[in-house]
Design a protein around this ligand. Structure first.
Ligand SMILES: [Zn+2]
Length: 414
């Protein structure tokens, strides 16, 4: 990948105010999946991640855009194949159809960032007509092979003019973990509104929930790829600015959602469904600027907890490994002073053996390494799966008390 360019902004992405306060500073952070050879360590992309709060509209956001060029064209990551993910997608599609009436039984669904097409398969199974929009050419082919028509490209406000005639007006515009990557979320929201059916159109969006990020101190979710960090309250505000009303924050029950998810459904203000308007449940603290300074301070101390843990565990020659080489592992390590003390980073499906994590330089290995080159303790980054990991790794001779959850360590419980 060519070195991406970073462009800086000077105004709020949502309201245009120039009064922004920085509340988090993570210096020299890499991309979440930019694993490199040991020789290339130091030449990978790194830039500060600064997160700001707009003092006018209280939305959290970065003020830099990273021009990733063809990065997404080659992007092949996909959640396909997980039964939890398939169940989630089925519930989302079925609840959409069951809860919200449409004028035609065969509603039209456009998904932006449709990946391997799995979510659209779920909509198609309920009788919807579907169209995907996806930048990765490989994923487009995967989706097409499943019978999901997909346009290859990065969706921008102009893209609505290139949609086939049948999809110039749609019943649903859906985005899953794509909306918080948009450099200009308002322009996108306006474009989505323009193609939504005015009587019952739905904008359905799944994003990371800032409230949960803060609650769990998951600073690893502050990534270059993300431009905005929303709460239910800031979602309602953003929708309001573009003439949309939020009518649901609970399309998929919490227990069936993927980690750290906020799902909202919005409809044009003039739609028949706007009467279903719901109120955000964001705690009042998020309406106060002081709250954000506290967040920054808490995250700094959570990172110190991690460093203290690693120092403590590796004192007296003990060895420690990380488990889970997804974005959580990479970004958590990248902000730690003590990361190079980890012997390696295990992943069930490592990208390629012989690589190291960006910035921290921790070697990426497969599961076998835990047997051939054992460690005294394992820090589990993919904490949502810790029970499953404990069970699997016990076959290699590890005891339950050798595992530590990232969440516990961040909170100083070790
Ligand atoms: Zn603002």
């Amino acid at each position: 990948m060519n070195q991406p360019k970073v462009h800086f902004r000077k105004a709020c992405r949502l309201c245009g105010s120039t009064s922004l306060q920085r509340f988090l500073h993570l210096p020299e952070m890499p991309f979440t999946d930019d694993f490199i050879t040991p020789e290339a360590l130091g030449s990978e992309f790194r830039a500060d991640i600064d997160v700001f709060i707009c003092t006018s509209c209280l939305s959290a956001q970065t003020q830099h855009d990273v021009d990733v060029g063809d990065y997404y064209e080659d992007y092949q990551y996909s959640v396909g194949g997980s039964s939890t993910a398939s169940r989630f997608m089925r519930i989302l599609a079925e609840n959409t159809v069951a809860r919200f009436p449409a004028s035609s039984a065969s509603r039209k669904v456009l998904e932006v960032g449709s990946g391997d097409g799995e979510q659209l398969v779920a909509f198609k199974n309920t009788g919807c007509r579907v169209l995907g929009y996806e930048p990765s050419s490989v994923l487009c082919k995967v989706a097409e092979a499943k019978g999901i028509p997909t346009i290859q490209g990065l969706f921008t406000a102009d893209s609505i003019h290139q949609l086939p005639d049948e999809f110039k007006e749609v019943d649903v515009v859906m985005l899953s973990y794509t909306f918080d990557h948009l450099p200009d979320p308002r322009a996108f929201t306006a474009a989505a509104r323009a193609i939504l059916n005015k009587d019952h159109g739905l904008l359905i969006v799944e994003i990371h929930n800032l409230e949960k990020i803060i609650e769990r101190q998951e600073y690893c979710l502050f990534e270059h790829e993300h431009s905005i960090y929303l709460t239910e309250a800031s979602v309602a505000q953003l929708c309001g600015l573009e003439g949309l009303t939020v009518i649901d924050f609970d399309l998929v029950p919490e227990a069936d959602r993927r980690a750290n998810s906020l799902i909202f459904v919005a409809t044009p203000n003039e739609s028949q469904l706007a009467a279903k308007a719901v109120k955000p449940s964001t705690p009042d603290a998020f309406n106060h600027l002081d709250h954000y300074s506290l967040i920054g301070a808490n995250i700094t101390s959570a990172i110190q907890n991690l460093d203290r843990f690693v120092d403590q565990m590796t004192a007296n020659g003990k060895t420690l490994a990380g488990y889970g080489a997804g974005g959580r592992g990479v970004m958590t390590l990248a902000a730690m002073r003590s990361a190079p003390k980890l012997k390696y980073l295990v992943d069930k499906k490592p990208k390629r053996p012989g690589l190291v994590a960006p910035k921290s330089g921790v070697p990426l290995v497969s599961l076998d390494e835990l047997a051939s080159n054992p460690v005294d303790a394992i820090l589990v980054f993919s904490f949502g799966y810790i029970d499953e990991i404990r069970r699997e790794v016990s076959a290699l001779g590890y005891q339950p008390d050798q595992f530590y959850s990232l969440l516990d360590v961040l909170a100083g419980r070790f």
